[in-house]
Write a protein that binds this ligand. Structure first.
Ligand code: CUK
Ligand code: CUA
Length: 863
């Protein structure tokens, strides 16, 4: 097996240039030890991201019963974030600070707080049916709601509650220019909130599709401009918006054309039997552009709970609503990228049905109907609208598309397979087993009007035997499949340890434009400046009767104020602004025992509010390990009962230091500060000489460093004043604070310097870059550290050290043993007590390494 392995690897990207004996044998050994086949290693090579390498696609997965959204990368399948959406998420402070609570609580239903959600279908904002990485929408099936997530910071900014339906499933689907977000009911129920017995099912219970109007510039659903369309109680299911040819239309499945109502407890056959009795159910076809107009005239709609519902009658009269029979109890409905075909998974049928919108439109235009349903909705003939059916296997559920014309992938729930087929020719092309019981699937940007394909992700419901056991509740399994070849290839299993995701959407990473930090004082949930933004020097505590407002700041590494004193039962609000401007310098904030938390990314202002109903002393602290003095970043909340008498204990137990000892300590701090400042000055000199202002990223870091540095004079003055006043204790503490600022300045300053060096170094030629790779592959860096003497000599300037240096170095690498008796080399061997080994480099590699060393020399001045 290993024999045949070599040529495969030689041809592969990973090892193309290598072919070093050492590398091959290491690889073979690891493969043997870990029992990996060639295919495994190839799959690893297709998914592995070396440290620092970023993913090509970002995947947004519904979090199922966790009520959140899970974000991971492709091809690495590394998880990046869990976005709090319908459920509190403490890390982000979601549901624990006031700003996010305002969002979460706007999802309360009829006054009841809802703290969980069943998220099913995420979707991106679209332009011309193509994904735009500005917003993500997701539905909550259990408590019919839609959430808006702003993709500039991956935060949930809005939740709207559906005023008329009681559960949803066909959401959140987006029309091609994000005009509307579609939400369709699942289980029919009365629109109003009154009691209606099941006998009134056909008369009063209803389904509906709600068209939520999206205001793109505001990034918000406009509730007042949104409306619904009344539908019969057929148990509507998944939906999709038309595009291209079918622009303006939308399609929704259903599974209870029987209008069966169950009653197992009364001895009646269960729902599942009654609702799968008919051979066909109904595909709902409706035109949102016509409905939009109908919703402007009150004779076309009724108002329930303050929301407009266009009636079935009005829609039918205006030619905006039709039904087409579809094979019984279908599930997924997906419109092809060009909008011409509508593909429906059979679920209880082994077929997928392909409807041709052209044919549908013709029948509509000719008003050629096969009949009417009991609600007067015209029915179009199934056979006359079908392009055809393809026999795929057991339990076809969902579809996703490829970049190749006509190619579609369909999940088979019962067969645990993905079928690749062509919806135009109706031919099956390939199938692959997945593990197990797949629901949705998604190719890259697979449901947009321009699918990329490349990979398919299979969302498997079951994962038995795939992963280490973690108890009876198993993770879901998201499998990554390579679809670039004629045969699908399994690459990777990702256990999802948070809820049962139903669907994912994926987008090219380059289409996401996230902000690195917030503009100072931003309320991240509104995107606007927070009215309580507090800048350095504005920290204060304001009291108005029982209301206490604390305007606080956080910056490495202190919270200001550090002591907050309130009375029992005061209504306390702490507004906090993170004054940091550097990326990734997040602070968190909590008050012990009060069930509060906020996450403060750089520039953010957030707040916590609580009734100080418990007397005592409560530490508050920064919850992110933000600096070497993070543990010191804390303070105390004192809650005092104003009606109680307290006895005081002895104030201090420490003996005072002698004046000499104090002086010695003071001198030591001052000397340390001087030394630290020297380091800073050398960095500053380097930065200035190299015109750091020209590089925005470096400039941001330097600005941040100077922020810290700028606080020194004021602090130093306090130290000097303390010396003058004879308060050596105070002087030592203030000088200590000066040191804090110096250290933070140095920390950020050095980061700026490293950044600048990267900016300034001349770009590597291809040869030099290959040379660096060969250098690293050969393990040269094990002994030689560039810019530094290590267990071998520094190679900076090595080409200049010898006459005819390039040739000398090349010969030396080729056959070091030849030089062992050479005077210079002998001296080196003695000094380092090591001999340069023969790394069996090929001539081409040696040539490249020389190029690399030239590049090192060119940039030597930057160290
Ligand atoms: S649904 Cu769950 S597998 Cu909500 Cu799209 Cu089909
Ligand atoms: Cu700020 Cu830890």
């Amino acid at each position: 097996m290993l024999k045949s392995f070599k040529p495969v690897l030689l041809g592969s990207v990973l090892f193309a240039a290598s072919a070093l004996c050492a590398a091959d044998s290491d690889l073979e050994r690891v493969m043997k030890e870990r029992n990996l086949s060639e295919k495994d290693v190839l799959a690893a090579a297709k998914t592995y991201q070396p440290t620092g390498r970023k993913d090509d696609y970002m995947v947004f997965s519904s979090g199922g019963q966790s009520g959140q959204v899970i974000v991971y990368g492709v091809p690495s399948m590394r998880i990046y974030k869990y976005i709090g959406v319908f459920t509190p998420e403490p890390w982000q402070g979601y549901g624990f600070d006031e700003e996010s609570k305002a969002v979460l609580r706007s999802g309360s239903i009829n006054g009841k707080e809802i703290n969980w959600g069943d998220t099913h279908h995420p979707n991106f904002s679209e332009k011309n049916g193509e994904y735009v990485g500005d917003y993500l929408f997701i539905n909550d099936k259990a408590n019919p709601r839609i959430a808006v997530i702003n993709l500039s910071d991956f935060e949930t900014t809005q939740i709207v509650v559906n005023p008329v339906i009681k559960s949803d499933h066909g959401g959140s689907f987006v029309t091609p220019n994000t005009e509307y977000v579609i939400e369709t009911s699942q289980y029919a129920a009365p629109f109003d909130n009154d009691w209606h017995p099941i006998e009134e099912y056909q008369a009063v219970y209803r389904g509906a599709v709600t068209l939520w109007k999206f205001d793109y510039d505001k990034g918000k659903i406009d509730v007042n401009k949104s409306f619904s369309l009344e539908l019969p109680p057929y148990m509507q299911d998944l939906s999709d918006a038309g595009k291209g040819e079918s622009f303006g239309w939308a399609f929704t499945n259903s599974f209870n054309s029987e209008m069966y109502t169950g009653g197992i407890e009364k001895g009646l056959p269960p729902m599942e039997a009654g609702m799968s009795r008919n051979d066909t159910d109904y595909l709902h076809v409706y035109n949102w552009q016509i409905l939009e107009k109908l919703a402007q005239d009150s004779k076309n709609y009724k108002v329930v709970n303050g929301h407009r519902i266009v009636t079935i009658d009005a829609a039918v009269k205006a030619g905006a609503l039709f039904l087409i029979p579809e094979a019984k109890s279908p599930h997924g409905v997906d419109v092809s990228p060009d909008g011409r075909y509508i593909i429906i998974g059979g679920k209880l049928d082994t077929h997928a049905s392909v409807y041709d919108f052209k044919k549908i439109k013709e029948l509509i235009d000719k008003k050629e109907y096969a009949g009417k349903d009991p609600y007067g909705i015209p029915i179009l003939d199934m056979q006359k609208t079908l392009h055809g059916q393809a026999e795929l296997g057991l339990g076809p559920l969902h579809n996703t598309f490829d970049s190749q014309d006509g190619v579609i992938y369909t999940s088979l729930y019962v067969d645990s397979q993905i079928v690749k087929w062509n919806y135009k020719t109706l031919k099956v092309l390939d199938r692959i087993n997945v593990h197990y019981n797949i629901g949705h699937l998604d190719s890259m940007e697979g449901k947009s009007s321009k699918p990329v394909g490349k990979y398919v992700i299979a969302l498997d419901k079951l994962s038995i035997d795939r992963f280490n056991p973690i108890g009876p509740l198993h993770p879901q399994n998201h499998q990554l499949i390579d679809i670039t070849g004629p045969k699908m290839e399994m690459l990777y299993d990702l256990p999802i340890g948070l809820g049962e995701p139903h669907d994912v959407v994926s987008i090219a990473a380059s289409k996401l434009h996230t902000k690195p930090t917030y503009t100072m004082g931003t309320n991240s949930r509104t995107g606007k400046q927070h009215p309580a933004m507090t800048l350095a020097g504005q920290e204060r505590i304001e009291r108005d009767g029982k209301n206490v407002k604390v305007y606080a700041t956080a910056i490495r590494s202190h919270i200001n104020p550090e002591h907050i004193e309130v009375n029992k039962d005061d209504n306390v609000t702490i507004y906090m602004t993170n004054l940091e401007r550097a990326e990734d310098e997040t602070h968190g904030f909590t008050v012990d025992d009060y069930d509060l938390h906020m996450s403060l990314e750089p520039g953010k202002t957030a707040s916590v509010n609580f009734i100080a109903d418990k007397e005592g002393v409560f530490p508050f602290y920064c919850t992110e390990f933000c600096s070497a003095l993070h543990l010191e970043m804390f303070g105390y909340l004192y809650v005092k009962d104003p009606n109680k008498k307290y006895t005081s204990a002895k104030a201090s137990m420490l003996k005072a230091l002698s004046p000499e000892a104090l002086k010695a300590e003071y001198d030591k701090v001052v000397a340390t500060n001087k030394a630290t400042d020297d380091v800073i000055q050398s960095v500053v000199k380097f930065l200035k000489e190299k015109n750091y202002e020209k590089y925005p990223k470096v400039k941001a870091l330097v600005d941040d460093a100077l922020d810290q540095y700028g606080k020194i004079p004021e602090t130093k003055a306090k130290a000097d004043a303390a010396v003058k006043a004879g308060d050596m204790n105070g002087a030592i503490l203030w000088e200590g604070q000066v040191w804090q600022y110096l250290v933070k300045t140095a920390d950020v300053g050095l980061r700026a310097k490293n950044n600048l060096i990267r900016e300034l170094s001349t770009p590597m030629s291809e040869a030099a870059s290959n040379g660096e790779k060969a250098y690293l592959r050969g393990g040269c860096n094990g002994c030689h550290v560039i810019g530094q003497v290590s267990s071998g000599p520094d190679l900076t300037g090595v080409l200049l050290r010898h006459e005819n240096g390039e040739k000398w170095v090349a010969d030396f690498i080729k056959d070091p043993a030849k030089f062992y008796e050479d005077d210079y080399v002998k001296a080196m061997i003695n000094y380092f007590n090591l001999r340069m080994p023969n790394q069996h480099m090929k001539d081409e590699e040696i040539k490249d390494i020389i190029e690399y060393l030239k590049w090192v020399d060119e940039n030597a001045g930057l160290n």
